[in-house]
Design a protein around this ligand. Sequence first.
Ligand SMILES: [Fe+2]
Ligand SMILES: [Fe+2]
Length: 216
Amino acid sequence: MTIQKVGSAADYQSSATVTKADDGNKSKKKSPDGGSGASSGAVLGAAAAGLAVGLAANLGRKAMVQGVSVAAGSWDQALATEHKMALKIMDALAATENKQKVKRSTLLMTLKHALMKHAVQEENVIYPALRDSGNTEAADHLNHDHGYVKQYLYELENLPKDSPKFLTTLADFRRDIEKHIREEEDDLYPKMKASLDAATNKKLTLMMNKEGFKVA
Ligand SMILES: [Fe+2]
Ligand SMILES: [Fe+2]
């Protein structure tokens, strides 16, 4: 949900406003010789200002999303928080009616973004650490599940949003992802965390947050 709010719409709007306001005379921009040095400079300056606002908005969004993980503490707690968030989005989707096509599309986009960040963190850091701790088969199995998470997202994306099949596909997806989450939270993650010393767990948390930050 946080991801969706982002405030970026407003920020991008203000970035557009900066460019427009400083742009001034449009005819200067269209002149065949590319306009005077001064006006080109103003346009470039405005574009740079717009870009800076855009970048700041993006960093703000990253900080917000990242804040969830950092506030949640260690790697396993952060992942559990994200699991809850994903299930909550799925519940909101399950509560939609066939006629709420826009709401379905928006929630599906939010779910895809949340699961993409989550998968990057697990696949780039946590599953390799699982293999390192002797659980290669389990890590490969979890990775295989992630392939089907993407398959479900693909199916939902391609279904007409008012199709009655949308909710039945979503229900299958939720059932499968819940099973995957339970394996991670109730079995594999606690075992791995207990088998590692505090410094290694801390390092995993830092590495995972870094990966998540890249795609938040
Ligand atoms: Fe997973
Ligand atoms: Fe997970």
